[in-house]
Write a protein that binds this ligand. Structure first.
Ligand code: GRF
Length: 197
């Protein structure tokens, strides 16, 4: 199964996928390319170190959002992946891309959807909201991407305990280590095996 991973930041989820393929946890899968909207993303360094093509595609480089959307769709169609993995990709996925790749785009979200998700809930904001609400358990979710924000069918979830004195960044790190880096590789492996059948 050929995958394209879309990133914007540090790329720890991308690294979990790279490592999962290397150690056999993710079967029947290769990363064809990494696309980032942020040319300074450390995720691109991780891709380069793993010998994976890194492509920068940013809305800032286009006159209009429509021009970016067209270029993004064109690039994806050129790469023609079996699966698109959004791993901390902070760009809204154009409707045309959702339609062209329906059922073949997944996203990792750092909460137990339907809690703390939707427009405005990304990165540390998700954990700030969880701590503000006082939940005792949070976690991460891998879901299919549809036209909404964090609204597609859920594939996997993993719960993580909130501990006394947690700050948003301490909680974020625990959710990444104990949940995100576990269920995203697992979801890719599951889909890769379905694709293999
Ligand atoms: C992670 O917290 C992920 O849940 C969210 O964005 C962040 C990406 O982190 N979607 P990284 O770039 O994978 O380190």
């Amino acid at each position: 199964m050929r995958i394209v991973v879309c990133v914007s930041g540090g790329g720890t989820n991308l690294q979990a996928i790279i490592d999962g393929i290397a150690d056999g946890k993710i079967r029947n899968t290769e990363i064809t390319a990494v696309i980032s909207n942020n040319k300074g993303a450390y995720a691109l360094t991780r891709a380069a170190e793993a010998g994976i093509d890194g492509i920068v595609l940013s809305p800032k480089d286009y006159e209009t959002r429509d021009d970016f959307n067209d270029a993004f769709l064109k690039k994806l169609e050129e790469l023609n992946p079996d699966l698109i993995v959004l791993a901390g990709f902070l760009v809204n996925i154009p409707e045309a891309v959702v339609k062209a790749f329906r059922g073949r785009i997944i996203n990792i979200h750092p909460s137990l959807i339907p809690s703390f998700c939707g427009v405005g809930f990304y990165g540390l904001k998700v954990h700030e909201a969880a701590l503000a609400r006082g939940v005792k358990v949070t976690g991460a979710t891998v879901h299919y991407v549809d036209e909404g924000t964090d609204t597609g069918p859920i594939i996997l979830q993993k719960a993580v305990e909130v501990q006394e004195g947690d700050t948003p960044s301490v909680l974020q790190k625990r959710v990444m280590e104990q949940a995100e880096w576990v269920i995203l590789p697992k979801a890719i492996d599951m889909i890769a095996l379905e694709t293999a059948d």
